[in-house]
Design a protein around this ligand. Sequence first.
Ligand code: KIV
Length: 262
Amino acid sequence: MNVHDFAAAKRDGRKLTFTTCYDWWSARILNESSVDGILVGDSAAMVMHGHLTTLPATPEMMSFHIAAVARGAPDKFLIGDMPFPWHRKGIPAAMDVVDAFLTAGAHAVKLEGIEGHEEIVRHIAGSGVPVMGHVGLTPQSVNALGGYRVQGRSEDAAERLVEESRRLEQAGCFSLVVEGVTSGTAAAITRAVSIPTIGIGAGIEVDGQVLVLHDLAGLQREVKPKFVRVFADGYGMLLKAVEDFDRSVKDGSFPSEDETYE
Ligand code: KIV
């Protein structure tokens, strides 16, 4: 997939799928799957490093994860998430992060929001680097939003999000993550822009969906937002494997003769 394929998917009404990924071994699995793209999200700070928000993500942390994923999924379109506040530090600082991400193997970058950094979005996209926008519940603004709250509930709020989405398209974004908004607002955004909208907690009337890999694979049990569908019990499967190993060592059945060098 490339940016033209994403545009064509929207024109043809073909749904797009993205998942997050942060490491080499799960990237190998995604590379073999039919997902359309991989997002190395700043959710890495939470999922891989145990922080409570995405705010502790840094360019170094993100580049490290992007490089591992790029090695594991060489056939997939890879998007690196700009950590806060690097798109608020001016064009040179933002471009240093873009440079680091491209060097690590990303094909595109994602930036949250638009107010105050529209020119930076325009500059990155104008430099020939595909930019994915992100509107709605933008987790980097969790403290200003007063928590992880669904956005776009009132008519005014919905109109504001539609307007922001239009501006992101005009600034050169090739696609748009629409996170944590009512389905009606997500549908209005999807109709208002000609670039594909990728929803997360945004209902079905969008052009595609993205989920955190560890959520969809049931690899974490701490939180399960309403919008997540858990497609497997990855946590239980790993726990069982480790418990079986532990028991087998302790009851003397591992290693067997077949698992031992003569
Ligand atoms: O950081 C992330 O993983 C994201 C997605 C959930 C859209 O931004």
